[in-house]
Design a protein around this ligand. Structure first.
Ligand code: AMP
Length: 372
């Protein structure tokens, strides 16, 4: 697995990232960070919120700042007050343990401008701003963006649909020659393409992620201490308690899946088994029953679950922990879709706690014990 150090993030930041449980780089972070650290370039990132894009541009931006030079070197424009505050807060947290302080200031409409003018009189390396308020502050000479080295436009499509087009054009017209522009947007309407063509380099690096790359913070991870011979009983109690919920129980082997499905059926549970040897017709039948909620529980191996499009689950159970990290992520990623909460529940037998700790470390997640 790649770490933030591997991507080139300096060690000063790693401790703060660990504290924020930002341990395993997200897709967009993996793609963007090495590029932005390696060279000065323009960049276009097609990315939604929730993918970790703030850190993807925030960390490289912090790396470009020279703390000894007390002027605005980085400028981030975002559509709303809330987003400005969020970005500023993240930057502040990232810099908790760095040697020389880097100061970021957030300015937005809806707060008394005088207070912001006063704050901007302190040394400020990075300004995070909504477009209108920034222009107001420039007009009053409270802020000077003429020597900004990096301009970040966050949620550019959102800014346009909120009517900030003229304001953005004014901001973009400053010092285009020695500045790099990093533009992030969830969509690429014509208006954004025009901004790209007008103000950005034709060599701009382009990075695309999709909504499946979102970091899911709605999944909670649990382990249950048990013994091999108690696993079936435990699963039975769990299913009884959560009769209305849809779930998948993952087994490591075909034989394991078959046995478990059989034992649960013997106890009167309606479950659907998916295993590699099945005919397509049988698989379809199981999946139809699951979709129509005639059965709410599937028992499956990792391989068999691969082809099925079932994501809307309340929980998944790991009858055994998977051998690969990626499998754990795939399994648990089937819960907690569309903003709902979901649980990933691992059955752990004596001697397996080490594995849980390894997963925690490698995936940057936290397991809590659950008693069934
Ligand atoms: P964003 O897409 O930048 O709004 O980030 C969404 C949330 O994910 C924020 O709360 C971040 O702190 C968090 N986050 C960012 N990167 C990671 C990561 N690599 N691992 C876990 N959480 C992250």
């Amino acid at each position: 697995m790649q770490t933030f150090s591997d991507l080139g993030i300096s060690k000063d930041y790693i401790k703060a990232l660990n504290e924020l449980k930002i341990i395993k780089p997200s897709k967009i972070q993996e793609a963007v960070i090495p590029v932005l650290l390696e060279k000065r370039t323009d960049l276009i990132g097609l990315a939604q919120t929730g993918t970790g894009k703030t850190a993807a541009f925030g960390l490289p931006l912090l790396h470009t700042i020279e703390p000894d030079i007390e002027r605005v070197q980085g400028l981030i424009i975002a559509p709303t007050r809330e987003l400005v505050q969020q970005i500023k807060k993240q930057l502040f947290k990232f810099t908790k343990y760095i040697d020389k302080r880097i100061f970021a200031e957030g300015v937005y409409g809806g707060e008394k401008i005088d207070r912001q003018i006063t704050r901007l009189q302190r040394p400020t390396h990075i300004v995070v701003a909504t477009p209108g308020r920034l222009l107001d502050l420039i007009k009053r000479k409270a802020v000077d963006i003429s020597r900004v080295k990096t301009l970040v436009l966050d949620e550019a499509d959102e800014m346009l649909s909120m009517g900030f087009k003229e304001d953005l054009n004014k901001i973009l017209k400053y010092n285009t020659a020695d500045r790099n522009t990093w533009l992030f947007s969830a969509t690429m309407p014509q208006e954004i393409k025009r901004i790209v063509d007008t103000y950005m380099s034709p060599d701009a690096v382009r990075i695309t992620t999709d909504k499946n790359d979102a970091i899911n913070t709605n999944i909670s991870h649990h382990f249950v201490n048990t013994k091999i011979q108690d696993k079936v009983g435990l699963i039975a109690r769990l299913l009884k308690k959560r009769r209305q919920d849809r779930s998948i129980i993952f087994c490591r082997t075909k034989a394991g899946a078959k046995n478990l499905a059989q034992e649960l059926e013997n106890q009167g549970f309606k479950v659907g088994a998916l295993e590699g040897d099945m005919q397509q017709k049988e698989r379809d039948k199981v999946m139809r029953a699951f979709r129509k909620e005639r059965i709410r529980v599937l028992v499956s191996t990792d391989v068999s679950a691969r082809g099925i499009d079932v994501n809307d689950l309340a929980f998944v159970v790991h009858h055994q922990l998977p051998e690969h990290l990626d499998y754990y992520t795939h399994r648990s990623g089937r819960t907690a879709r569309a903003g709902k909460k979901g649980q990933s529940i691992a059955l752990v037998i004596p001697g397996e706690m080490q594995k849980v700790l390894e997963l925690q470390k490698a995936l940057g997640i936290k397991f809590r014990e659950m008693v069934v």
